[in-house]
Design a protein around this ligand. Structure first.
Ligand code: CTP
Length: 401
């Protein structure tokens, strides 16, 4: 999302300036072209040279330091900028932005740019709570700028309070979401996508459960790909993988919990992707105390779990239903059977016995089956790429391409 994007980071003077170094490093790692502009007070905290080395470009400090005669520096920077991040944003710079004051390189460029602006305030708690700051931030929101809330924690003043700069990783995520919002043409804009992921856990007793090999990676990559294509995403997950940003994440454990969570979203969903490995059975009795070792064998009676996908297949109106088929043999036959039996619109089949495909791998190799269409083979590639291909195929079918 940040690949080749022109991002200007406006660094204004507060103790959190040192965190802007990490922010810039992360933006560059994400593929952005980064320029830095600093206020005079920011340079009291970290030398411009640090930012110059990180961004591999001289830092903009003075409005009248016109190095290139053919350009007016602040206008040129304002026009070059595709995303403006003010981090840390002091109460002073926020006040200037709210009132249109342009008296240094940072404030003139911010006034002149038409790029989306992400404001990341960091200041003393009482400055943050001051009604003037609150009113100024309210104005910035009304202007359409995105304002991140500061974190609560240990402040430089030596006490706990609200005012800390959010972690740079979160600022990068917010920047990505903002760019996504400003991308006009996204094929899943306005579409609600619900994705399930991970292997469900069926309790035997408080310390034991039945589960399977699924890591949840394929489902997570699909949820992220849908988000990047503009969809509003809900991820219902039985996996403990790191929570993806920019979507609603609902944690579940058992198949029944997963079914309940999915059903509450089903009616309003446009696309449902069942990437979860749902346990077909659950113990009939779930002991509320730890089962003790006995002399003989232990028998656990299992009862059937509902088939969530098949249930949705019966209920569906306009929802496009995508299921998975994890097979070790007779791939095509079993996948075609699941397509029909579960009344799905697409079954993505993978041979989980292959070393490059299936559970807990970062890559996958799949065949996409759809009613009345030739199967589509997707050769081994990263699950993030496979996820995009699956959604592109779904979009083609939905839009009759
Ligand atoms: N599925 C489901 N509910 C279940 C079992 C599976 O919704 N109780 C979904 C899975 O999420 C997947 C598809 O059905 O999208 C196929 O799952 P799979 O385990 O391959 O098929 P099963 O129906 O369980 O059949 P089998 O175990 O015999 O292969």
């Amino acid at each position: 999302m940040l690949e080749n994007k022109n991002v200007t980071v406006f660094v204004t003077g507060g103790i959190a300036v040192y965190k802007a170094c990490d922010l810039i490093r992360r933006l560059i790692k994400a593929g952005a072209n980064v320029r830095v502009a600093m206020t005079k007070s920011a340079t009291q905290f970290v030398q411009p040279l640090t930012f110059q080395v990180l961004a591999k470009h001289p830092v903009y400090l003075d409005t009248f330091d016109e190095k290139e005669a053919q350009y007016v520096a602040h206008i040129h920077l304002a026009d070059w900028t595709e995303l403006a991040i003010v981090a840390p944003a002091t109460a002073n710079t926020i006040a200037k932005m709210a009132t249109g004051i342009a008296d240094d390189m940072v404030s003139t460029t911010l006034l002149a740019t038409t790029a989306p602006r992400l404001i990341v305030p960091a200041m003393n708690e009482h400055m943050w709570e001051n009604p003037a700051t609150k009113a100024n931030l309210q104005k910035l929101k009304e202007y359409g700028y995105t304002v991140m809330d500061p974190d609560t924690g240990f402040l430089a003043e030596g006490y706990e309070g609200k005012g800390r700069l959010p972690e740079p990783s979160r600022i990068v995520e917010e920047a990505m979401l903002l760019l996504l919002q400003h991308t006009a043409e996204l094929p899943l804009r306005g579409t609600r996508v619900v994705v399930s992921a991970g292997g469900t856990k069926e309790r035997i007793d408080p310390v034991r459960y039945l589960t399977n090999q699924s890591s949840g990676k394929m489902g997570y990559r699909i949820a992220e790909a849908a988000r990047d294509l503009g969809a509003t995403v809900t991820l219902v997950t039985a996996s403990n993988l790191e929570r993806p940003f920019g979507m609603d994440v609902v944690g579940v454990s058992s198949a029944l919990e997963m079914q309940e969570a999915l059903m509450s979203k089903f009616e309003t969903a446009d696309i449902v992707v069942m990437a979860a490995a749902v346990s077909d059975f659950r113990p009939v009795n779930q002991s509320d105390h730890k089962i003790k070792k006995t002399a003989g064998n232990l028998e656990i009676e299992l009862e059937k779990n509902p088939d969530i996908l098949a249930g949705m297949g019966q209920m569906k109106k306009n929802q496009f239903l995508i299921g998975f088929a994890a097979e070790t043999d007779h791939l095509e036959e079993y996948a075609q059977d699941k397509l029909k039996r579960k009344n799905a619109d697409m079954i993505v089949a993978n041979d989980v016995s292959k070393p490059q495909a299936g559970f807990d791998k970062d890559t996958n190799e799949v065949i996409i089956f759809q009613p009345n269409k030739e199967p589509i083979h997707i050769d081994t590639k990263l699950k993030s790429e496979v996820a995009k291909d699956i959604l592109q195929e779904a979009i083609k079918t939905i839009t009759n391409l």
